[in-house]
Write a protein that binds this ligand. Structure first.
Ligand code: ADP
Length: 535
């Protein structure tokens, strides 16, 4: 052992005692006011030059607070006089160490320090382990009255209370940190969920200021988080509109209603006009947020962009009126034919007969093709358009259907690979070709030539119907194959339901082929489709 002197006193329960000390997490910690104050109080009460609070683990005495021995923090337990206090639950008093044989060779007593008086009161845990002492030291011999011993022990008890309180504060703050961490994690998770939602979510405070928006809300508004910060749901930077496009008064806004009345509003459509942007429509559900006392503290809105839905509804309305009109034309003509037939019914030799019957037949054909289109749209919507495949010659099919398409003005020519065979639903492909040729005749009436080209490209049969008509503007192209879509040619009225290309696209897709158009305004259009060819 390197020490010249050692008490070498280890109480029998020392390892449990050290464990108990560890639990309080005080050993080797920086100075703290609470402990410094207790030591200063001891100096004042007992009028000694030195006092300190120490804790003892297996190897060292740790001085937590002291007066008169600045700079001493750790003392080897073998040299620690305080280690003696571990042996007794009472206050240990050494009145004159110089004359006490137990201290005869202790360096603090014989060295420069000149220790004479020592008194130490044990710091005892509630489960009876002595973890440290509060001690008084003097270089003069002195005594301690029983009353003074009681005071010193009381101070030791205060130290213990302080140690326990300190631990409970540490644990409390750790729990708080843990809770904060959990809160932050669950807030992050919630934000993550809200950001993956297909609906916009926004939260406002009681003044209507936006305090949260999810990613979809910002997408719908086309604004980023910074743009949206500090705005209110009824901000002057955007206009809220009624369905008819007039300004929506604040008091009619679903969020105002939710904040004012405390009741929820569902599926309320509002138009939004942001400068330099097209008006878009959102369907809002708004609900108040209430605190535990039932007071309204804000509101939450979920909303989705219904601009497309509205557009589709509008198209549907338009479609119904177009469809009624389209059906009325052949019905009126059929009615007229039948009325005329009625007039000549008693004269079978009348030259009117065959003409009227042919006319009635044409009207019926038109009616049945319109009704077929309507039925097909329904089948497509329900995924019930089925295929009956056979193997046939494409050129033959195209030739047959061109004979049925009547046109006096246009000359239809079939070119290319006239022997190409495909495996497909003949009737459906016929429908696609008839629609393309009919469209070419209808929308390009001045085009003298209509060419139908059959090719084999990359293992697929390609059929192109090429006209030299007006062509189609680029901005209309993305919608040509949509349901009910009819490009509007100002001043020219063409009959049609806007379904032909939509049905054709579905038929071709079902075959695993592609459909498209190459066109430019003023340079005609080439509508084409492909079908996979069996090798
Ligand atoms: P419909 O002919 O009943 O309107 P379609 O679905 O067949 O319906 O065609 C959709 C739209 O595509 C037409 O309304 C027309 O505006 C445009 N279109 C189709 N074929 C041509 C063509 N050959 N030339 C110019 N526009 C065409």
């Amino acid at each position: 052992m390197s020490n010249a002197y050692s008490f070498n006193i280890i109480p029998p329960n020392d390892s449990e005692r050290v464990e108990a000390l560890k639990r309080y997490r005080i050993f080797n910690t920086p100075a703290e006011n609470e402990f410094d104050s207790i030591v200063k109080l001891a100096i004042t009460i007992f009028k000694v030059p030195i006092a300190h609070i120490s804790f003892l683990d297996a190897e060292n005495e740790f001085v937590k607070a002291s007066v008169g021995i600045d700079g001493i923090v750790l003392v080897d337990r073998g040299e620690s006089i305080c280690a003696l206090s571990l042996l007794t639950p009472d206050v240990l008093v050494v009145e004159n160490a110089f004359t006490d044989p137990a201290f005869a060779r202790h360096p603090f007593v014989h060295g420069d320090f000149g220790l004479r008086f020592y008194a130490g009161a044990p710091i005892v845990t509630p489960d009876n382990y002595i973890i440290g002492t509060i001690c008084l030291v003097d270089t003069q011999p002195r005594t301690l009255t029983p009353h003074e011993k009681d005071i010193l022990q009381s101070l030791a008890n205060v130290v213990m209370e302080q140690v326990a309180l300190r631990l409970s504060n540490i644990e409390k703050s750790e729990r708080q940190q843990q809770t904060n961490l959990l809160l932050a994690t669950s807030e992050d998770r919630l934000k993550g969920i809200l950001d993956t939602m297909a609906e916009g979510v926004s939260i406002v405070d009681v003044t209507g200021k936006l305090i949260f928006t999810n990613q979809m809300a910002r997408n719908i508004f086309g604004l980023n988080g910074i743009d949206i910060a500090d705005r209110t749901y009824n901000d002057t930077k955007w206009k809220n509109l009624r369905q008819d496009g007039t300004l929506l008064p604040d008091e009619e806004h679903p969020m105002t209603l939710a904040l004012k009345t405390g009741s929820s509003v569902y599926d309320f459509e509002v138009g939004i006009k942001i400068p330099k942007k097209e008006v878009f429509y959102i369907s809002i559900n708004a609900a108040p947020i209430v605190d535990v006392d039932g007071a309204i503290t804000g509101g939450i809105a979920t909303f989705m962009d219904v601009t497309n839905r509205r557009q589709l509804m509008k198209q549907k309305d338009e479609f119904i009126s177009i469809a009624s009109h389209e059906l009325k034309t052949p019905i009126t003509s059929l009615k007229a034919s039948i009325q005329l037939l009625d007039r000549v019914k008693n004269d079978p030799s009348s030259p009117m007969f065959p003409k009227l019957i042919e006319q009635a037949g044409k009207s019926l054909q038109k009616l049945s093709s319109l009704v077929n289109d309507l039925l097909n749209v329904n089948r497509i919507a329900q995924g019930q358009l089925s295929l009956r495949k056979t193997t046939f010659n494409l050129a033959e099919l195209i030739k047959d259907c061109c004979q049925l398409v009547h046109s006096t003005a246009n000359h239809v020519e079939i070119k290319g690979d006239l022997n190409l065979m495909v495996s497909a639903d003949e009737q459906r492909i016929d429908q696609v070709v008839v629609n393309m040729v009919n469209n070419a005749i209808k929308y390009a009436p001045d085009s003298k030539h209509i060419d139908i080209i059959i090719e084999k490209i990359n293992g697929a049969a390609k059929v192109s119907v090429k006209d030299n008509g007006p062509g189609i503007a680029a901005e209309k192209l993305p919608y040509l194959f949509d349901r009910y879509y009819r490009a509007d040619y100002s001043g020219v009225q063409f009959s049609g339901l806007g379904l032909g290309l939509y049905i054709s696209a579905d038929i071709i897709k079902k075959h695993g082929g592609e459909i498209g158009v190459d066109t430019e305004p003023g340079r005609g259009s080439t509508f084409w489709f492909t079908l996979p060819v069996n090798q």
